[in-house]
Write a protein that binds this ligand. Sequence first.
Ligand SMILES: Cc1cc2nc3c(=O)[nH]c(=O)nc-3n(C[C@H](O)[C@H](O)[C@H](O)COP(=O)(O)OP(=O)(O)OC[C@H]3O[C@@H](n4cnc5c(N)ncnc54)[C@H](O)[C@@H]3O)c2cc1C
Length: 307
Amino acid sequence: MKWLDSLLAGCLPLVPNPLLRTMSGRYLAGESRGEAIHHARHLATTGYRITFDLLGEEIENSSQADDALEEYQSLLVDLSASELEINLSIKPSQFGMGIDWNEGVERASQLGDEAADAGGFLRWEMEGSETVDPTLDGFKILRNRFGGKVGCVLQSMLHRTANDARGLLAENGTLNVRLVKGVYVEPPEIAFVDSEAITASYLETLEILLEGGAWVGVATHDPVITGALQTLLASHPEYEERCEVQMLLGVQESLRVKIREAGIPVRVYLPYGSAWRAYVLRRLRQNPRLAGLAFQGMFGARERLKA
Ligand SMILES: Cc1cc2nc3c(=O)[nH]c(=O)nc-3n(C[C@H](O)[C@H](O)[C@H](O)COP(=O)(O)OP(=O)(O)OC[C@H]3O[C@@H](n4cnc5c(N)ncnc54)[C@H](O)[C@@H]3O)c2cc1C
């Protein structure tokens, strides 16, 4: 019942934290670094690659950005001491780019230095459309310094994205892009609103990037896109070494298994930390069916949530 799921999804902001936390366990690797690493070990033994994300985006002062950097530095130390790959996803706003651009990029460079020394990789994520230029400017600085050890994100919903991809390819140096549809609500003057147009833009940009020699993280849960990727790889086997599929923890797990079994590497995005509420509300709102199931789970049908 779609209307009931949507109604329940709309009620989620009213749900108190302890209950919401129980309902949303599938999307979170835990509140602590230790829990996240434990979760990652389990996924790694079942054949997945991992990227870690510390939850929290809209910070209010630079000391919160310093705290985020410090937590990532500790994560890096713990990962270095483990057998796990070091792959960190960081949000420019969480690193303070919106408060002071230079300081935000400097924090990312500091983490990038430490990650590079440990053989790790840093993904500089993308947020709302108003941040695209400063984020790509920051990425260019990071790319000059760390080459292929740092990557950016492009959002296919934005009209500008195919051109951004061409522009980044035209510059010297290795290019590593995570391609997404985009999670922010954007005005129709600058963004595609129709889902078919967003998918078409995604596939166009994917081809531009792979043809141009970039390494691409195909971040999606959309079977239309993963199907198109499989077709593309069948006609261009040379692209295989330069791409993987990336999926959020807890989302479309059966598709995740199918892709891995088809021989395409899959990286799972592992969010952790205490600032989980906003992230979880977004996940459940994006998929009202899961919100409906989560509510049913509270009333005795919890096993369905694990599907
Ligand atoms: C690894 C990764 C990193 C990302 N990083 C960024 C980023 O830096 N910046 C940015 O703007 N966006 C980011 N996103 C989000 C992305 O932009 C999309 O909003 C999200 O992936 C949904 O688009 P889709 O391609 O999966 O297709 P959709 O058509 O939206 O979804 C396909 C199917 O998956 C289900 N689904 C999709 N997403 C979710 C979800 N979150 N929760 C529950 N069900 C879901 C839908 O119900 C639908 O059935 C990231 C996504 C992934 C997978």
